[in-house]
Design a protein around this ligand. Structure first.
Ligand code: G4P
Length: 530
């Protein structure tokens, strides 16, 4: 195996998804702590400071004290080189959040044990399912009173439609949380006090059959555990690596990111069960990082520079194969020419730094003079393949854009098109009119502010946004359908994208179903083609 293939094989690139406050940041921080990338809990977190350090490109982030972008962190653990892709939550949730999942080979879903599956997890989960990537579940906050464990698993299976397989099982929750039972080793892992996570803590492993366990757990907890194990062995799905790899079975772990309980156990199992960089589909078939020796990558995110003096941008790309060296020349397939990849950056722990080398599986940020678009392929392979495009994800908020000064039409059109090209917003037009009426769709409402701010600051154009009541968008898969004859519901609106492809907007979700029923043969999709 070549040095390059060895480097690629030890990479693990995953996205971490959760509903805000489930503990994603805390868990990420603990991973870094175990990997030795940071030496103190709290260095990634300290929400305000760390998030600025992660991405200080955008003024708006500073103003609002939040991060609009998602970040990538790299660290080493047990011989693996791990890339964590963070997916921002709250109101800074954007299409970028979804796109980040396109760059990952697996996903870790963090669930708050007292809440179960929450809205944002559901949305992100759908994208993981679409990609058939392995999904691992970490049920967090077990140091607090949690929902009944069986109920939690039921919730995941019902809400997300995926089978679960508990790898370990919690012994109590809240103050009574003592540790976890490792099912495959038939061992109980007891955790020592970590003083709220400020110390690593020690794990004591005891066979489930050790008589002294009764005394340690107490009679009641022991009896409950035995009962649950019996139930579990009879009812839960068997662990099956193949189903895990296809994203059909989610291994479930329990723990507490805050107190470090179960974090390292999770990390170890996860690294064993997850995958090294996966092959990616191109127009010439699958490109496998284990056999393709040349460099190739695709752009999944573009970050604009908010500094007016510099209209440059950072293009984030996922390396799919080969080795990257700083300053190398690569063929940009969509642009039809060689480009030099300069100022490569990568996130290490909580710092951004310049890098010299990177390998398949890694994510790098490259200086972009304005030539890249989302989904673009770069490759040095002789046959110039193009990686499969990144789908367009359904916006959930829509507004009509009115321009204050009609004299500035040209700047307005240029600005809004550029911002759309970067993927921060999607723009649509009325179905039967021209470019006059522009409708903008966003995944998170903050993007409306970003749009307004950027048009004013970068293009000197003032706009007024008039919110529209639509919440559901569907792409029409069979485009040959006669739009004029399509019979919808009263809350339906026909629009088209910039490539003249028809779409439908609905206020109510049930109208989507009704429209499908009324129009035989109509096929609607929640994901658009790029
Ligand atoms: P997020 O990135 O998913 O949004 O969640 P984050 O890690 O920021 O955690 C949200 C809150 O939950 C934080 O408390 C954090 O300390 C707490 N938390 C995370 N994991 C656990 C856990 O395992 N057990 C318990 N009990 N709490 C946990 P906060 O009060 O919002 O912030 P802070 O003041 O503690 O930093």
């Amino acid at each position: 195996m070549s040095e390059i293939t060895k480097e690629i094989e030890r990479r693990r690139t995953f996205a971490i998804i959760s509903h805000p406050d489930a503990g994603k940041t805390t868990l990420t921080e603990k991973f870094l702590l175990y990997g030795g990338a940071i030496n103190q809990a709290g260095s990634v977190k300290g929400k305000a400071t760390a998030r600025h350090a992660v991405s200080d490109w955008m003024e708006i982030e500073k103003e609002r004290g939040i991060s609009v972008t998602s970040s990538v962190l790299q660290f080493e653990y047990g011989g693996f080189c791990i890339n964590i892709l963070d997916t921002p939550g709250h109101q800074d949730f954007s299409e970028d959040t979804y796109r980040t999942l396109m760059a990952a080979d697996s996903a870790v879903m963090v669930i708050d044990g007292s809440k179960g599956v929450e809205a944002q997890t559901r949305k992100l989960f759908k994208v993981c399912v679409m990609r058939h990537i392995p999904i691992f579940t970490f049920i967090n906050k077990m140091d607090r009173d949690a929902m009944d464990t069986f109920e939690l698993l039921d919730d995941i299976e019902k809400e997300l439609g995926i089978a679960t397989c508990p790898v370990n099982w919690p012994i109590g929750s809240g103050k009574a949380f003592k540790g976890v039972y490792d099912r495959s080793h038939r061992e109980v892992e007891l955790f020592s006090d970590t003083q709220k996570g400020t110390r690593m803590g020690e794990v004591q492993k005891l066979s489930i059959d050790t008589p002294k366990l009764d005394g340690i757990l107490g009679e009641e907890a022991r009896a409950k555990l035995d009962e649950e194990i019996e139930l579990l062995d009879g009812a839960a799905a068997e662990f099956d690596q193949e189903l895990v790899s296809k994203g059909e079975l989610s291994p479930v772990f329990f723990g507490s990111a805050l107190t470090n309980f179960g974090v390292e156990t999770f990390l170890r199992h996860f690294l064993d069960m997850t995958t090294s960089p996966l092959p990616r589909m191109s127009d010439q078939g699958e490109v496998d990082p284990m056999t393709e020796t040349e460099f190739s990558a695709f752009v999944f995110k573009i970050q604009a520079n908010m500094n007016k003096a510099h209209r440059d941008r950072i293009a984030f790309m996922r390396i799919c194969s080969g080795e990257f060296t700083a300053g190398m020349s690569v063929y940009h397939v969509q642009g039809g020419k060689e480009v030099r990849l300069s100022q490569p950056q990568q996130m290490m722990a909580s710092e951004r730094k310049m890098i010299d080398k990177a390998y398949g599986g890694d994510i790098i940020g490259i200086f972009d003079p304005g030539i890249f678009s989302i989904g673009d392929t770069l490759t040095n392979a002789k046959e110039r393949y193009v990686y499969e495009g990144i789908p367009t994800f359904a916006p959930e908020h829509f507004a009509r854009v009115r321009q204050m000064d009609t004299m500035k039409r040209k700047q307005f059109v240029k600005g809004i098109n550029q911002i759309a090209q970067e993927g921060a917003i999607q723009i649509f037009q009325e179905y039967n009119t021209g470019m006059e009426e522009i409708i903008v769709g966003v995944v998170g409402v903050l993007q409306f502010d970003v749009l307004k701010y950027r048009l004013e600051n970068e293009y000197n154009v003032e706009i007024l946004l008039e919110n529209l009541p639509y919440e559901h968008i569907r792409w029409i898969e069979n485009e040959e359908i006669d739009m004029d004859r399509l019979s919808g519901t009263s809350d339906m609106k026909k629009i088209k994208d910039l490539k003249e492809r028809p779409l439908l907007l609905f206020i109510h979700e049930w109208s989507v179903r009704m429209t499908l029923e009324r129009n035989e043969g109509l096929r609607l999709s929640e994901f658009g083609k790029s």
